[in-house]
Design a protein around this ligand. Structure first.
Ligand code: FMN
Length: 331
């Protein structure tokens, strides 16, 4: 097992906002880079105020952030990439993984993978840009392994091999899987054999045990990207680092999780208008975090049903303190 494994935080649209990223970094270590959720600029449109706010360096102070674009039109991609580069970002990530039906129908995200010739022409145009060609703007890709079937993967890999990517992040599912089925490790093994670009694995590593299982299969990896598992257990990066250093992973620290949660809630209350919007945001987090509280289904339901802040806070309090959700019983 590589001892200095790099751990990147995957982008989760709507969840890993700049507020979330900043507070995660304040409370937890173990993460090398935070990938920002995708920005999808339209032709001739710049970035919106909201999109700029998310990647603005002063809102991301102290973190290593990689912004992500989703596009299928090279001039649109390049124009947005240059705006991001002007904010100081040297690596721009291209999203070829989003499985959403509406996105795929527009030939974007994982939907673009069904058009390999167009994808290749798109990449050719991007890499012909003089700033990209000169290495002033690095391009990385986060990809699924196909639209319909893993049989598409060898051709896609050949295309990626033609370009000097900063890195190729592989989430080995096809678009049609959405998040169903397991990640296809055999497709990642193919990438390990064939890829000329530096690889990063992503998908379904949500516990230290899953991480160790992955490492036993792929002992020479230098980096992994974690998404839902880290949102569920914000300490996962630290736990993995501890294991790598030969220490005990240690149980999740409930007090720290509570403090992180409370500060995030406070920050969203300040930033967002309307209790409903804040509650929506926080409840989404609990879809992932509740797994850390064994036998907490009832309390989780209370959180999800909370219509007002007072109810929400009481339910969260119960999650952290009552026997069925509670403190000391966190995994
Ligand atoms: C709610 C949600 C939002 C996501 N948003 C993005 C996104 O903006 N960009 C992206 O590349 N992937 C996005 N993803 C995919 C994740 O980055 C990641 O590839 C996927 O969850 C698999 O990794 P995991 O099993 O470690 O979570 C999203 C996934 C979820 C569940």
């Amino acid at each position: 097992m590589v001892t200095d494994m790099r751990i990147d935080f995957a982008p989760l649209e709507g969840i890993t906002t700049y507020t979330y990223r900043k507070l995660h970094h304040k409370y937890y270590g173990g993460i090398d880079r935070y990938f920002a959720p995708f920005i999808s600029p339209g032709p001739g449109q710049g970035l919106s105020v909201k999109e700029v706010r998310d990647i603005l360096p002063e809102n991301n102070g102290g973190l290593r952030v990689v912004p992500q674009l989703m596009a299928n039109h090279a001039p649109t991609f390049l124009a947005a990439a240059k705006v991001l580069a002007a904010y100081g970002y040297q690596e721009i990530n291209l999203n070829l993984g989003c499985p959403s039906g509406t996105v795929a129908a527009k030939k974007k995200g994982a939907g673009f993978l069904a058009y390999p010739e167009e994808l290749e022409a798109f990449l050719e145009e991007i890499f012909a840009d003089h700033e990209v060609a000169a290495g002033q703007i690095g391009i990385s890709i986060k990809t699924r392994i196909g639209k319909f079937s893993a049989e598409e993967w060898p051709e896609l890999m050949q295309i990626y091999n033609r370009f000097p990517l900063q890195e190729l992040i592989v989430h080995p599912r096809v678009q049609k899987d959405f998040y169903r089925n397991r990640s296809r490790w055999e497709a990642y093994a193919d990438a390990r054999r064939e890829s000329r670009n530096r690889l990063v694995y992503n998908g379904d590593i949500s516990t230290v045990e899953e991480y160790l299982r992955f490492c036993s299969q792929f002992p020479d990896e230098e980096a992994v990207m974690l998404g839902r598992g880290l949102v569920g257990n914000p300490e996962l990066g630290e736990q993995i680092s501890r294991i790598q250093n030969g220490e005990d992973a240690k149980a999740l620290d409930g007090k720290r999780l509570r403090a992180f949660h409370d500060e995030l809630l406070e920050a969203y209350c300040e930033l967002m208008s309307g209790e409903r919007n804040v509650l929506f945001k926080m409840k989404e987090l609990w879809c992932y975090m509740a797994v850390m509280f064994p036998d907490s289904q009832k309390t989780e339901k209370r959180i999800k049903k909370a219509a007002h802040m007072r109810e929400y806070k009481e339910a969260v309090n119960a999650m952290f303190t009552s026997p069925e959700g509670g403190q000391g019983r966190i995994l």
